[in-house]
Ligand binder design. Structure first.
Ligand code: MG
Length: 229
């Protein structure tokens, strides 16, 4: 456990929502329908939104959506509605090793700090952290709220905001971002901290990580392995 600061992605990393890509796409389609978009773009085109980084407005405009704020508000609302249904059906869970590992880091004698850096809406993040009783484990939380959508990973903005609050000294301290997607790895790379990809096998996206231009510094299959890094 050599790092001083541990930054975690939430969805797909701590929270098990099944197939994340399918989950996000399902919400996207419902949101586009609610916004009366004439022609719903196909799956390949829809993927462009997730890789657009801060340029999501360009993609939305192509789909005939000019008010991105309204779009994200609808998206988050739909996301929350779907998650609450999934939760009732016990289809959203914490991965089983999450609590143990987070507590081990939190209780470490070297006073390590933990944070969440998530692309999900702030009220949804808060709801799930509280629901699973892990909210008190984290010293800082960076999530999406109001007008900061352009700070979503792969932008390093969230990571940098957290590290600034921690008074991070890159000369003498180390930080790691742990996540399940390319966006987490890219954001960490841009923020010049270590990245750790959690590849829990069943998730499609992470299986293709070997083709990524920017490689994660570490790849683990269970969160428990983080303790040995
Ligand atoms: Mg994720």
């Amino acid at each position: 456990m050599k790092f001083d600061f541990y930054l975690f992605d939430l969805d797909g990393t701590l929270l098990d929502l099944g197939n994340m890509g399918t989950h996000a796409d399902h919400i996207l389609v419902q949101t586009l329908q609610k916004l009366n978009v004439d022609k719903i773009p196909n799956r390949t085109k829809r993927r462009e939104l997730w890789s657009s980084g801060g340029k999501f407005q360009k993609v939305l405009s192509r789909w005939g959506i000019n008010e991105s704020k309204k779009f994200w508000k609808f998206y988050d609302k739909t996301d929350f509605e779907i998650r609450k249904i999934l939760l009732k059906k016990k289809e959203i869970l914490l991965f089983e090793d999450v609590k143990i590992v987070l507590e081990l880091i939190r209780n470490h004698k070297a006073n390590k700090k933990l944070a969440i850096c998530s692309n999900t809406a702030d009220y949804i993040v808060d709801f799930f952290l509280k629901y699973f009783k892990i909210n008190n484990i984290f010293h800082e939380i960076f999530s999406m709220g109001g007008a900061n959508q352009e700070c979503a990973k792969p932008s390093p903005k969230g990571i940098l905001t957290i590290l600034e609050k921690f008074d991070f000294d890159p000369q003498n301290e180390t930080a790691i971002m742990i996540g399940d997607s390319i966006h987490d790895v890219l954001a960490a790379h841009k923020a010049k901290i270590s990245s750790c990809l959690i590849d829990r096998q069943k998730e499609n996206e992470t299986r293709i990580y070997k083709q990524w231009k920017i490689q994660p510094d570490y790849v683990i299959q269970r969160l428990q392995e983080l303790i040995d890094l």
